[in-house]
Design a protein around this ligand. Structure first.
Ligand code: ZN
Ligand code: CA
Ligand code: CA
Length: 425
């Protein structure tokens, strides 16, 4: 059901996914910030080893590292959003996000744990939080991943992560539906994939419209790689990214050249246990455009190698079902704008993880990447039902087209509550 003009939405999707800075102020010339912090490998080197499973809280690890218990290594600026009517109150800086996640974990030790899965270019801890019953144990439950804030200026996505952490922990034991979902799944949330970019975007009261990370490009004075063009599936294949270091969609000199991408990719690879990828479904959060998108991004074709007609049907059915409850527009990522090296394409193309990209509020125009703080609560809660519905199907998304037996073995999966099938959309 498309109630609103597609043209405007398509145009806006470019702002995030295509990297056209439609509403951002002129990008500043790369500043030589933080030159002393360019030694990411010196921090937690074990976490960068591809084979390492330490950061994923494998079973029986006695105590995962508690990143909230220590101060961030890097001094961080207050991440307010100057110019917004609410004065930016309500948005969390990197340090505040880490602290808030720490408070949530501490308040719900039975179902929440956090770990550091890597280090950003400038040396900030990259955080992942797990929510599940028996949270310290790697159980045989469908695993789900939420990733947030690949793009620096998309601050609302960090708030979405905190909303989900609150929703799932505070709803546990109080809300039957949430309790069942937490009991039946292992839910991983990465609240901030790009902390360096996010801090830079708002440093000193600025509002730079920054998108990329803060890693200088080799042989160039330009700074920043577009993380969502740096993933190692058909990287740079299709004209959906740029090879120019100054470009908003610079794909980097090689796939996974960005330490933030490398760390998250290593973590996802670490979820292959006994040859089986444990993660079944994923949402990558962006802003803005109010869209729900599915792979592929590198082609406009509905089906392509690794993406069958049934896969496409399942993607579209769940995408439309979620869109019916949050008012976003569902569509394939590459329909009108080709992009390559994206996280979503990599997740699906490499692992067959059902991967959606959500573009949050607004649909178009002001306030663009910088909604006032007063928009945080309604625009995160707006996704409550869509996320719960996503979780209910996450164990076997093919179930939504009646493909549970064929694609997921017998049974409907742990979250197949009767009567929960969404209305056709
Ligand atoms: Zn984005
Ligand atoms: Ca569990
Ligand atoms: Ca597991």
């Amino acid at each position: 059901m498309r109630r609103r003009p597609i043209v405007a939405r398509t145009f806006l999707a470019l702002a995030c996914l295509g990297g056209v800075a439609l509403h951002a102020p002129a990008l500043h010339a790369p500043a030589l910030h933080a030159p002393a912090l360019h030694a990411p490998a010196l921090h937690a080197p074990a976490l960068h080893a591809p084979a390492s499973r330490a950061p994923v809280l494998r079973a029986r690890a006695p105590h995962a590292r508690a990143p909230h218990a220590q101060a961030p290594r890097v001094p961080v600026s207050r991440a307010s959003l100057p110019g917004s009517p609410a004065g930016g109150s309500g948005y969390h800086s990197y340090a505040e996000t880490v602290a808030e996640a720490g408070r949530i974990v501490a308040a719900h030790p039975g179902i929440a744990r956090s770990a550091v899965y890597g280090t950003s270019y400038e040396g900030r801890d990259l955080l992942v939080v797990k929510i599940s019953d028996n949270v310290a144990v790697d159980e045989d439950e469908p695993e789900v991943l939420f990733t947030h804030h690949q793009h620096a200026r998309e601050h609302l996505t960090v708030e979405m992560a905190l909303y989900l952490l609150h929703l799932l922990t505070e709803g546990y034991g109080r809300d039957e539906r949430i309790t069942g979902l937490v009991d039946g799944h292992e839910i991983w949330i990465m609240p901030d994939l790009n902390p360096d970019g996010g801090e830079y975007d708002l440093a000193g009261g600025s509002r730079r419209g920054w998108r990329k990370n803060r890693q200088p490009a080799p042989g160039s004075s330009a700074v920043g790689t577009d993380l969502n063009r740096n993933w190692p599936y058909l990287w740079g294949c299709c004209g959906g990214s740029s090879g120019s270091p100054a470009a908003q969609t610079y794909r980097g000199p090689a796939s996974e050249s960005a330490p933030e991408v490398r760390a998250a990719a290593d973590w996802v690879r670490g979820r292959v246990v006994d040859g089986v990828q444990q993660i079944r479904a994923h949402i990558d959060w962006h802003s803005y455009g109010e869209l729900i998108m599915w792979p592929y991004g590198h082609t406009r074709a509905d089906t392509a190698p690794g993406l069958t007609r049934d896969d496409r049907a399942a993607y579209a059915a769940l995408g439309r079902s979620m869109a019916a409850v949050n008012g976003y527009t569902p569509r394939q990522a590459g329909d009108r704008y080709v992009m390559d090296g994206t996280l979503g394409d990599w997740m699906w193309g490499t692992f067959k993880i059902f991967s959606y990209t959500f573009e949050m509020y607004p649909a178009r125009g002001a306030p663009g990447f910088y909604p006032p703080g007063g928009r945080i609560a309604p625009q995160t809660a707006r996704n409550r039902e869509a996320v719960l519905r996503f979780l209910e199907y996450s164990g076997c998304v093919h179930r939504i087209i009646g493909g549970a037996a064929r694609y997921c073995g017998a049974g409907e999966g742990p979250a197949a509550a009767p009567g929960r099938r969404p209305a056709p959309a």
